[in-house]
Design a protein around this ligand. Sequence first.
Ligand code: HEC
Length: 153
Amino acid sequence: MKKILTGAALILTVATGFALAEDAPFSKEIKARQGLMNINALNIGILAGMAKGETPYDAAQAKAAADALVAVYNLDLPMLWPAGSDNTANPATNALPAAWAEGSDIGAKMEAWEAAALAMQAAAGTDLASLQGAMEGLGGACGSCHKAFRASN
Ligand code: HEC
């Protein structure tokens, strides 16, 4: 009997915890977009390691990382960035309200990101010099959007 009660209490705790986490505004969207951003970080890390000579250049691996950056770009849909899902609504996000403000140039920064990811996709598997040439544009596209629209934590 005690075992059953403990089990029931556990289920209740887990269920309540789940409900609370889901109640915070835009939790699912925030988690999903942060997940995509972390995939970006993983892949840009692979490319940067090769660009800096910290890891040996591997054309297939470089191409796979660049392909993943483009795939993430294609998944990063507007539905992950609903209006109001900024860090004043939910402390779990670092997205600044400025991203949604009148006159925000986040659209232009998205386009710059797409162009940089496509340039890296074309370059990464060619040779190390090409990868290195595309690195600055890619890092710049990530960084310029973070500077404008991501709270530093
Ligand atoms: C168009 C704007 C934009 C571009 C381009 C962009 N990011 Fe982000 N990134 C953001 C915003 C906004 C956040 C904060 C998201 C949140 O906390 O909800 C973020 C968060 C992150 C995070 C933290 C995720 C977490 O777990 O909190 C990482 C890592 C990251 N970005 C990496 C990258 C990399 C690498 C690139 C380039 C390949 C990139 N980002 C391109 C806007 C951008």
